[in-house]
Design a protein around this ligand. Structure first.
Ligand SMILES: N[C@@H](CCC(=O)N[C@@H](CS)C(=O)NCC(=O)O)C(=O)O
Length: 222
C-alpha cells in the first residue's frame, strides 16, 4: 500500500510542520516523511517547496491518489476523518467548538509571540527579554489553555481535553518556546508543557530535531 507522504521543514524550526506530524502519529496513521530544509534563499518562495506545495509552504500531505493537502489545519482535519476513534477533536459538541476556536486562534493569531520567540528546539536562552506586545500574547495563551484545561482536562497535569487532540498539536510548538525562552506560565500550563514533553510522539520529533545539523542563523540569533 502506498502511504501518504508528509513534507515538512526542519524539525528544529518548523512549528507548522510539527502540528500535523503529531496529529498523524496520535491517530496512528502511517505516513512517509520528506524534509525540505528551511532558511533564507533570497527573494521569493523556496522552489523545492513550490514543487510539492502550491503555497510554497510546508507542511503538505500528498495522498496515495496524488491529491495534496497543503495546510496544517486541513491535514489535521483529514487525520481526524481517517481515524475518528482517536478523537483528535473532542466528542462533546461545546468542547469541540471551543477546541476549533482555539486552533483557529493559533492558526491566525499570536503573530508577535511567533515572531519574537521562534521555535528552536535545540536552543536554551534563559535571558531572553520579552516585549510588552509579546507578553500580552503569552498572557492570552496562558489564560486560554488554563481555561480549557480547568474545564475539560480535569485541571490535572495532562492533556487539554484529557487525551491528545488537535489543540495540543497546535499549541505544542508554544510549549517548546516556553522552555527555550524560559517563559513564565501558570502551574496548569507548565504541567501541560511537561505532558507534551513526555509524550512519545513529541519525543521522537524532538530527538530528530536535536540530530539535525541545518542552521538558520537569523532564528538562532533572535
Ligand atoms: N498556513 C500554513 C503556514 C505554513 C508555514 O508558514 N510554513 C512555513 C514553515 S514553518 C514555511 O513553509 N515557510 C516557507 C519557507 O520557509 O520557505 C499552514 O498552516 O500550513
Amino acid at each position: 500500500m502506498t502511504l501518504p507522504t508528509l513534507t515538512i521543514g526542519n524539525k528544529n524550526y518548523s512549528s507548522w510542520s510539527m502540528r500535523p506530524w503529531l496529529a498523524l502519529r496520535w491517530a496512528d496513521i502511517r505516513f512517509e516523511e520528506q524534509i525540505i530544509p528551511l532558511g533564507p534563499r533570497g527573494l521569493g518562495p523556496n522552489p523545492d517547496i513550490l514543487a510539492v506545495s502550491p503555497t510554497g509552504t510546508v507542511p503538505v500531505l500528498e495522498l496515495a491518489s496524488g491529491e495534496r493537502i497543503w495546510d496544517s489545519v486541513s491535514i489535521c482535519e483529514w487525520a481526524h476523518e481517517q481515524a475518528p476513534e482517536a478523537k483528535l477533536w473532542p466528542e462533546v459538541s461545546i468542547a469541540r467548538a471551543l477546541a476549533r476556536s482555539a486552533v483557529a486562534e493559533m492558526h491566525s493569531g499570536f503573530s508577535a509571540l511567533r515572531k519574537a520567540l521562534p521555535m528552536n528546539i535545540k536552543r536554551v536562552k534563559r535571558d531572553h527579554s520579552i516585549s510588552a506586545e509579546t507578553q500580552v500574547q503569552i498572557d492570552r495563551f496562558d489564560a486560554l489553555l488554563q481555561s480549557l484545561i480547568t474545564r475539560f482536562g480535569g485541571g490535572q497535569a495532562s492533556w487539554i481535553f484529557g487525551h491528545p487532540t488537535i489543540v495540543d498539536a497546535f499549541f505544542a510548538p508554544i510549549a517548546t518556546r516556553v522552555r527555550t525562552y524560559n517563559v513564565k506560565v501558570s502551574a496548569p500550563v507548565e504541567a501541560w508543557c511537561q505532558t507534551v514533553f513526555s509524550d512519545s510522539a513529541f519525543r521522537a520529533w524532538e530527538a530528530a530535531a536535536r540530530k539535525e545539523t541545518w542552521i538558520i542563523t537569523e532564528t538562532d540569533e533572535a
